[in-house]
Design a protein around this ligand. Sequence first.
Ligand code: GTP
Ligand code: ZN
Length: 394
Amino acid sequence: MTIPAPLDTDPVAAATGPDSVALGLRAVHRAASELRRGTPVLLRGGGETMLVAAAETVGAAGLSTLAALGRSAPVLLLAPARAAAFAPVVTPLHGLRPVAEEAAVAFRLPPPLFEPTALRGLADPTAEGLLPEGTRPDRLAPPALAGAALALAKLGRLLPALVAAPVRDAPGLLRHDLLSVEAAQVLAYPASAAASLRKVAEAAVPLEAAPDARIVAFRAADGGIEHLAILVGRPEDALAGGAAPLARMHSECFTGDLLGSLRCDCGPQLQGSIRRMAAEGAGVLIYLAQEGRGIGLVNKLRAYALQDGGLDTLDANRALGWGADERNFLVAATMLQQLGIERVRLLTNNPDKLAALAACGIAVEGRVQHSFAPNGVNDGYLETKARRFGHLLA
Ligand SMILES: Nc1nc2c(ncn2[C@@H]2O[C@H](COP(=O)(O)OP(=O)(O)OP(=O)(O)O)[C@@H](O)[C@H]2O)c(=O)[nH]1
Ligand SMILES: [Zn+2]
């Protein structure tokens, strides 16, 4: 039996120390998982407490809890870009700020809409025919904590659409066995998770194109999915004064990397970067668990469905309520630093990746073009990346 270490009894250290960061990460991870299961959670901050549930997963039981505990009728919270489907984007309504300026937009939920199927229809533009005919929600001023609520749903890779009701933070709430999370913990999560990354495994994995490859796995203190570094040769031993090692930040793409999907250029970019590193003798590929530019595979499939209806890759993300690019490259910078790689030449066409990595303290000493010819299916996707994301063509 192991004897537990004594608890830190200094309240200031307990509130600000590394343990409190780990506790915050855990609280957010648990709360996001609860939303994925359709269970409401309590969100606290600034003296307010709000009960929230994800619109795409909540069921009748969750809605009853919201209705029973809410101080007022539960409302719908949507990201502004999704809310624009129901409310004018630029016209102020009843003294409300224009939708485009809000962190979140709130809507009243009359009885036909306060129901799981209709809520899924409100959350998801690809879920056809779920809204009762002729019923559209009315806008309201968003409650406190609305922005943090949307952020929590996104961390759970759920559509940023929630049902929310302010509640009285009375002792009776404890009886309901609801998980609770602080808004500040939600907002700090991406940076705290990246800072908490630690190496947890390393092994040689000879690859067809790079027989001397190694894989190092990194895990964050939240217990979430791991990120990987694929090392070809010994990029960490690049000589000071010589060329910086080749590096690539590659965001996971199940469809392109594993299945060879023709919709994107990820498969050729992944294989091409390993071949190129092998040809140079060294390099590092940071394989980020940030599928779909950080929106997750399910939402990427929804975005594909919207693209088949005519939207491009950027507008499809926005129509779902997500930003165009939700990735956090602090994860990659932290991994590079822990590998002892402080300077790189980055294989990319994306100027945002160069800026993001440099802002996180890695010396980006050059960019190496990483484009592949269109394949007849991904032509529009590549054209959109150049025209709307500013991807460099040469
Ligand atoms: N949301 C969304 N994600 C996509 C789409 N097509 C590909 N992706 C994702 O985009 C990511 C690939 O981007 P990267 O190749 O890392 O980066 P990039 O921004 O294209 O920049 P490069 O370094 O030049 O390749 C993967 O996570 C893919 O799953 C799409 O239509 N919608
Ligand atoms: Zn892809």
